[in-house]
Design a protein around this ligand. Structure first.
Ligand code: FAD
Ligand code: NAP
Length: 337
């Protein structure tokens, strides 16, 4: 593997932020992974980069930045009802979804069109329209950058939560995800209860959708609502949806009758962060080159030329404003580097 110095990361992040990687190496083959130990020993700090669709660069990156491009998608095992699919980390997530749709393997159709790499999918347990990676993930193969050994993490060992996993916590920047294996169904169990998905399928006049039609409906909603990073820099939802207690929701709903809450269990509710941000007056607001998306206020956009620090400060102003109005502290979903 070759190390390049002072590489511009602008093409490597969907916000389109300019930042430099002091040392940059592309992992192209499985054999490269075996030689990583020689490299990582030389550096104090490592950064693991995928498609850069969930990262905000606020500074240059010191140490070593590893860009995993190892590709391959294989059927590992199958019987009449289920199939195990292994995909290497450097594949695009949506190419894996396309592979599954082409082979009629069900389970990831709701996760269609999510940008980024396969290797990053377990990091925040990607999710959309009522499905999360944890619902289909069998195991993750990862390489310990400090111990220099490979470990297999079962679904349970990944400690998946809402936009969370062990890789985002305890093993943050210490484990290189090499491949994931999914368990998919040959007999679909569709998840189409999400309001916007149901409405889109109705609009398309579809009562009993195929997995391909579910993916198509998801693609239509996403394309209409989300800014295309190729045209306007963004990293999807900037904040997580906060969780509050049933009591707190009750108190808030006395003042804000239409506050959207989704029950997580008997005592806790998920609140729409987009709604909180809109109520705090940020929807469509622009300050210089940074703005809050007019269609989906959870998305912060770079209208061109914004720095990572400007975007970070804009996000901080949103957090403070929502806190002041509702007493709820929003947490960033995007990784700040
Ligand atoms: P990066 O942004 O490169 O990295 C994200 C994190 O993963 C970093 O901490 C990085 O160190 C780590 N990482 C990356 N690769 C590896 C690896 N091989 N080993 C170890 N660590 C690694 N997310 C959702 O959950 N649901 C959505 O519906 C969704 N929609 C989006 C829509 C848009 C328009 C955009 C721009 C983003 C959206 N996202 C969504 C966020 C993002 O696409 C996902 O979080 C995605 O999984 C990030 O992948 P990436 O390869 O770009 O990761
Ligand atoms: P939406 O449909 O307008 O819904 C707003 C919020 O309410 C969502 O965040 C969703 O939470 C929640 N919600 C809606 N219906 C729900 C239901 N039936 N049960 C439980 N929760 C419900 O959301 P959107 O912004 O258009 O996004 C649609 C989906 O794509 C969401 O799942 C969202 O997470 C995902 N998405 C994620 C990103 C990202 O970068 N992370 C970007 C775009 C879209 P959840 O977010 O928990 O699902």
């Amino acid at each position: 593997m070759q190390i390049s110095r002072n590489i511009s990361l602008q093409p490597y992040n969907t916000f389109g932020i300019e930042a430099l990687a002091e040392n940059f190496a592309v992992i192209e083959t499985i054999e490269d992974i075996a030689t990583i130990s020689k490299l990582t020993k030389q550096y104090q700090q490592w950064h693991l980069l995928g498609g850069g669709s969930n990262i905000l660069f606020t500074d240059n990156l010191s140490g070593l930045t590893l860009y995993n491009q190892v590709k391959g998608i294989f059927i590992v095992q199958e019987d009449e009802t289920t199939v195990l699919i292994k995909a290497f980390a450097g594949e695009k997530w949506n190419d894996l979804v396309q592979f599954c749709l082409q082979h009629n393997f069900a389970g990831v159709e709701n996760l269609s069109l999510i940008p980024g790499s396969v290797g990053a999918a377990p990091i925040q347990n990607i999710g959309a329209y009522g499905v999360e990676l944890k619902d289909v993930l069998e195991y993750v193969e990862a390489y310990h950058l400090d111990k220099h050994e490979t470990e297999i993490f079962s679904n349970k060992a990944c400690r998946f939560g809402y936009r969370d996993s062990i890789f985002k916590q305890q093993y943050k920047n210490r484990l290189l995800i090499v491949a994931i294996t999914l368990r998919l169904n040959k007999i679909p169990k569709l998840v189409i209860g999400y309001g916007s998905l149901q409405q889109q399928l109705e609009k398309m006049g579809i009562v009993k959708p195929t997995i391909q039609q579910v993916a198509e409906a998801v693609n239509i909603i996403r394309t209409n609502k989300l800014p295309d990073p190729a045209k306007i820099g963004n990293a999807g939802s900037f904040f997580k949806n906060p969780t509050i207690s049933k009591f707190r929701l009750h108190v808030l709903s006395e003042q804000y009758a239409d506050i959207p809450g989704f029950a997580l269990d008997e005592m806790n509710f998920k609140i729409s962060a987009a709604w909180l941000i809109e109520q705090a007056g940020w929807k469509g607001k622009r300050e210089g080159n940074v703005g809050c998306n007019p269609l989906q206020p959870l998305v912060i956009v770079n209208y061109g030329g914004a720095t990572g620090k400007e975007i970070y400060n804009f996000s901080e102003a949103i957090i403070q404003s929502v806190k002041q109005k509702f007493g709820i502290e929003l947490e960033r979903e995007v990784n700040i580097w």
